[in-house]
Design a protein around this ligand. Structure first.
Ligand code: NDP
Ligand SMILES: CCCCCC(=O)/C=C/[C@@H]1[C@@H](C/C=C\CCCC(=O)O)[C@@H](O)C[C@H]1O
Length: 330
């Protein structure tokens, strides 16, 4: 018999989540039946979507939603041999039993020298988001100018690097001077700290006096208000996320989007990465290839220990992470 530990949401968040919104539970798991698999988590992802979607998708008392990289401990299912690694949607729980429907094997021939935690970041959902969002929504082309906010995070840091691979000029914004230095280290042409620039409008103009062809939007709110009028004619805006709004308890007031959209003839389109589910293999192979070739640099912000899951989640929302925020099980 295996003892599983799980973090449950005891209260829907009001504004920024607090440690006291979560409670650790222990559950004795039964023996696995025919077709079932028992997995043990090694790495957990904490993602911004957990903040707004927890209210839409969870009841108080549920195990927190989320993805993990796990190792198969026991198996009565040929598709998942003991010792193999899978992505699991079991959420914030150390051990879980499943029929295999919510499991995905890691891509075949995962090289030993590439950390398996990257299946939650650069060679996983955030990597795919950057790849398809930039290719299919921004339609970024060689010689164009790309703006990305939340640029030092899991998605943003890849958007900038993939745009450089395509041959674009890349401008990024992030919330600390260390993050700005990181962006320059990984090849961004221009980067600034949105928290300390006196004027966001001037910072955007200084970074690219010609304006922007593509805007990969991760943040929302004031940043978008200021960025939209700086788009060039026929510019494309990929609305990937809006993290500045996720903790809001009352709707914000802001600029009308209509005027820049009309005057600059812009196309603004929201997406979730699942749209390209049937092309994930293509994206993951490309991301893995770029990592192996050293064209995509990865950085993980690692919080050690399952006990720290809520702190790691809250820290990511506050901006503690450079690159992908990961929690290790041990
Ligand atoms: N559409 C889709 O399918 C997907 C969308 N997303 C979205 O992409 C965005 C980035 O996600 P991801 O890369 O995983 O997360 P990150 O790794 O970028 O982590 C979140 C970062 O957001 C920044 N942030 C927090 N609050 C604010 C704020 N008020 N204003 C500006 N920045 C803020 C912080 O960095 P800083 O120090 O710079 O403030 C923080 O580190 C999110 O909006 C997310 O919801 C992600 C995956 C899929
Ligand atoms: C208003 C919140 C925007 C969040 C953007 C974001 O980060 C999206 C991430 C998705 C996430 C989607 C999760 C659930 C979809 C539920 C759809 C619904 O109708 O409620 C996860 O799947 C990974 C990213 O694709």
């Amino acid at each position: 018999m295996v003892l599983s530990r799980a973090w449950t949401l005891i209260k829907h968040f009001e504004g920024t989540p607090k440690l006291s919104d979560f409670k650790l539970k222990e559950v004795q798991l039964p023996k696995i039946k025919n077709g079932e698999v028992l997995v043990e988590a090694e790495y957990f992802s904490v993602d911004p979507y957990m903040r707004p979607y927890s209210k839409r998708m969870m009841n108080e008392g549920d195990i927190m939603i989320g993805t993990q990289v796990a190792r198969v401990l026991e198996s009565n299912n040929k598709a998942y041999p003991v010792g193999s690694y899978v992505l699991s949607n079991a959420g914030w729980t150390t051990h879980s039993i499943s029929q295999g429907k919510d499991l995905t094997p890691l891509i075949p021939n995962w090289p030993d020298h590439i950390p398996k935690s990257l299946a939650l970041g650069t060679i996983g959902m955030p990597g795919l988001t950057a790849y398809f969002g930039l290719k299919e929504i921004c339609i970024a082309k060689k010689g164009e100018i790309v703006l990305v906010n939340g640029a030092a995070g899991a998605v943003g840091s890849l958007v900038g690097q993939i745009a450089k691979i395509i041959g674009c000029k890349v401008v990024g914004s992030a919330g600390s001077d260390d993050k700005v230095q990181y962006l320059k280290d990984i090849g961004f042409d221009e980067a600034f700290n949105y928290k300390t620039v006196g004027s966001l409008e001037e910072a955007l103009k200084k970074a690219s006096p010609e304006g922007y062809d593509c805007f990969f939007e991760n943040v929302g709110g004031y940043f978008a208000d200021v960025a939209l009028p700086q788009m060039r004619k026929y510019g494309r805006i990929a609305v990937c996320g809006a993290i500045a709004l996720y903790n809001d308890t009352t709707p914000r007031k802001g600029e009308y989007v209509h005027f820049p959209l009309i005057f600059h003839e812009l196309r603004m389109e929201g997406f979730t990465v699942q749209r390209w589910q049937d092309r994930y293999d293509e994206g993951l192979e490309k991301l893995m290839q770029w990592v192996i070739e050293g064209k995509l640099k990865y950085h993980e912000h690692i919080t050690k220990g399952f006990d720290k899951m809520p702190a790691g989640f809250i820290g990511m929302l506050k901006g503690d992470n450079t690159g992908k925020a990961i929690i290790t099980a041990k």
